[in-house]
Ligand binder design. Structure first.
Ligand code: SAM
Length: 241
């Protein structure tokens, strides 16, 4: 059953014209009046729907029953990602969404190759958010993880609230430094986790120290040096599956 994200709120029993992005996808698949599809708006659950009209530029659907199904991870894993350059960040967002990331915060660090500001940053953020939407359509998630606007690591750390003392949240820094504990062990039973990692060139010692000062604990993914995007995926596989 084809699944489409709808950027407008959905309601059972309503007839509506699909927003442009969803309409384009339906047209690409050459669906016909009478064909069934699944719609979700990110507010929870999904809706059965039927195509009622295929116009040149518009697609009309009848929205049917709401199904209160969620396919979220039991633990909320918030990724804070030293952005890898080129298409590697697209790959990271796609895989992180499939694996259940709750949110993705791209950060620029001292050794980042990718530097974004202004309109370029806005465009890249919109592209990554669209990648997350497409991954949700594919994998069955009905909640789209937010891909936040890129920030410098220093700004992101400065805006971070004091660490929760309730044991429900954990702040974990993926680090190659000696003494880092295994990731799963450090996460324990925390229900919400921030996982921070560096870009291609890693974080500087000063950046890692700044994260530790904000309540992050250094954690390891084993003895091999993983690429930045592999580190995100490995952490999610360990914490969210
Ligand atoms: N030469 C860089 C360095 O020494 O930091 C390598 C950086 S690595 C390609 C990118 C990021 O992935 C690192 O900053 C770290 O956060 C994370 N990472 C990679 N392998 C890891 C491992 N085995 N354990 C923990 N974190 C790892």
């Amino acid at each position: 059953m084809p699944r489409f994200h709808c950027s407008i709120p959905l309601q059972s029993g309503v007839a509506l014209a699909l927003p442009d992005a969803a309409a384009r996808h339906v047209q690409v698949l050459r669906l016909q009046p009478g064909d069934a599809l699944t719609l979700f708006d990110g507010q929870g659950g999904e809706y059965a729907a039927t195509v009622t009209r295929m116009g040149r530029g518009d697609v009309q659907v009848q929205v049917g029953a709401h199904v209160a199904v969620e396919r979220e991870a039991a633990r909320a894993v918030h990724l804070v990602v030293g952005m890898p350059a080129n298409e590697r960040m697209d790959w990271l967002v796609e895989k992180a969404t499939e694996l259940g990331a709750a949110s993705i915060q791209p950060v620029a660090a001292a050794r980042s190759v990718l530097r974004l500001a202004g309109e370029r940053a806005d465009k890249r953020q919109a592209r990554w958010q669209a990648v997350a939407v497409a991954a949700c359509e594919q994998c069955g998630r009905n909640r789209v993880p937010v891909v936040h606007a890129p920030l410098s690591l220093a700004d992101w750390l400065a805006a971070l609230p004091a660490a929760p003392g309730d044991g429900l949240g954990a702040r974990l820094l993926l680090s190659l430094r000696a003494g880092s504990r295994p990731l799963a062990q450090a996460a324990g039973a925390a229900l919400a986790v921030h996982v921070l990692h560096g870009p291609e060139g890693g974080l500087t010692v000063q950046e890692e120290d700044a994260a530790l000062a904000r309540g992050f604990a250094p954690v390891s993914l084993g003895p091999r040096v993983l690429r930045a995007e592999t580190a995100s995926v490995a952490a999610l596989a360990c914490l969210a599956l």
